[in-house]
Design a protein around this ligand. Structure first.
Ligand SMILES: *Cc1c(COP(=O)(O)O)cnc(C)c1O
Ligand SMILES: [Zn+2]
Length: 423
């Protein structure tokens, strides 16, 4: 099945490759990014819990077998040798530079707003304040719609449209809503967003300006999810909830590819990631395995650290108790809306990555996030989202516990811009 699908490339893909070659040649004097002209596509989908395989050529939500996330799998053995690290050099400065490792089959279906290839900023003043040899901040606030949600929704919307979807829907208390609105607008799809009334107002206004149909609900995210499920049943909306369809994680995994490529094909000692649904953390973990299978990196892995808000820390609690799955958190509260996720369907994937990498999970208070937004801003020039500031706030705790050592190289994820949270 795998081989059939790889060989099933569109008849004109050869011509595209030639055009692409011409672009790379002209790059030398023009320095203009070439259009993405590379065919991609998964070989199949796989249940993350039991390993059952499904075709990737039909729309899917959670796995039929276990109601757990599906992962896209690629013919990595076939791609090894065909796609080299060197061949990436002349490619476009966005996440489509990894097209062969992405699920969109026809390059014409890639929706592009400038997502990915965000700067990985060396922050020596922050490093010395924290007492760590080196600290990078990967500034995801520079993505379209000012958060890393753009990566996931770019891929999910592109692939949904490729498979014939015309209306998408999402329950969201934050940045995923405006990212969905943006990619749906660019793709010409209708976006239905169901958001809690206390979603940051900048995000609601942004999503409205981007043409989404918005319903505000006086309740929590699970009430919003129920409304979306109803719309999916009654009107055929396609539900883009985190890890409930297979392709948002494919967009988020590109952070793992970028970290390696931007550091010259090595990885930091520690990656600190603010965790809600955990898509980025498990996505990067998947990317590391793929890159090793491609021969791009060796077996070294960073210690993966999950940071959550003290008012909503199901992963931290499960990590401390040593369980494989996380119980949902009651009465979740934090102003870091991206971290207000009481139950994650990919909980076991997050916990497994933390454990296998010898990482950790820690909680920080909202007050600490606020304080560190200021520290980070003054020491780096980056106005971080509270979720991003949470990663810096976690470093002193991690040093105390020996998860980070003073001579480590540490990478913090600033997952969004602080501007989205201004009231
Ligand atoms: C959604 C979000 C997060 C959490 O991301 P997950 O991949 O769901 O864990 C962190 N920070 C910001 C700014 C977000 O919007
Ligand atoms: Zn299964």
């Amino acid at each position: 099945m795998i081989r059939e699908m790889i060989d099933d490339s569109p008849p004109h893909s050869g011509a595209r490759r030639t055009q692409r070659q011409a672009w790379s040649d002209s790059l030398i004097d023009s320095e203009i990014s070439p259009p993405s002209g590379l065919p991609g596509g998964a070989s199949h989908l796989e249940c993350t819990l039991c390993g059952a395989e499904y075709t990737s050529e039909r729309l899917r939500g959670l796995s039929d077998c276990c109601s757990r996330p599906l992962y896209a799998r690629y013919d990595l053995a076939g791609l090894r040798g065909k796609v080299s690290r060197e061949s990436l050099r002349s490619r476009s400065s966005d996440l489509w530079r990894y097209a062969e490792l992405l699920p969109v089959r026809d390059p014409e279906n890639a929706i592009r707003l400038g997502e990915g290839w965000t700067p990985n900023i060396d922050t020596p003043r922050l490093a010395s304040r924290l007492g760590v040899r080196r600290v990078w901040v990967k500034d995801e606030g520079q993505n379209p719609t000012a958060s890393f949600k753009a990566r996931g929704l770019c891929l999910a919307v592109s692939r949904a449209r490729e498979l014939g979807v015309t209306e998408v829907a999402l329950p969201s208390a934050g940045n995923a809503g405006s990212a969905t609105a943006a990619y749906a607008a660019a793709a010409g799809l209708k976006a239905h967003l169901v958001m809690p009334v206390d979603t940051p107002p900048a995000i609601i206004q942004e999503a409205r300006a981007l043409g989404a149909d918005i319903e505000l609900i006086d309740g929590l995210i699970n009430a919003c999810a129920a409304r979306v499920a109803e719309g999916a049943r009654r009107f055929g909306w396609f539900d883009l909830s985190t890890l409930k369809e297979p392709y948002r994680v494919e967009g988020k995994k590109t952070m793992g590819y970028e970290v390696a490529e931007q550091l010259g094909w090595r990885l930091p000692d520690v990656i600190v990631y603010p965790t809600g649904g955990g898509t980025g953390l498990v996505g990067m973990w998947k990317a590391f395995d793929e890159m090793q299978a491609l021969g791009w990196i060796g077996p070294h892995r960073p210690r993966m650290v999950s940071v959550q808000a003290a008012g909503c820390a199901p992963i931290v609690r499960a990590w401390e108790q040593g369980t494989d799955f996380a119980e949902p958190w009651q009465d979740a509260h934090t102003y870091a809306s991206g971290l207000r996720v009481p139950g994650a369907v990919g909980d076991f994937l997050i916990l497994r990555a933390i454990r296998e990498s010898h990482g950790a999970a820690v909680a920080v208070s909202d007050a600490a996030m606020e304080r560190w937004t200021g520290e980070l801003g003054r020491l780096t020039g980056i106005f971080a989202a509270p979720e991003g500031a949470a990663t810096a706030a976690a470093v002193p705790l991690l040093l105390e516990r020996g998860v980070i050592r003073p001579d480590d190289e540490v990478l913090l994820f600033n997952t969004g811009s602080g501007l989205k949270y201004v009231r």
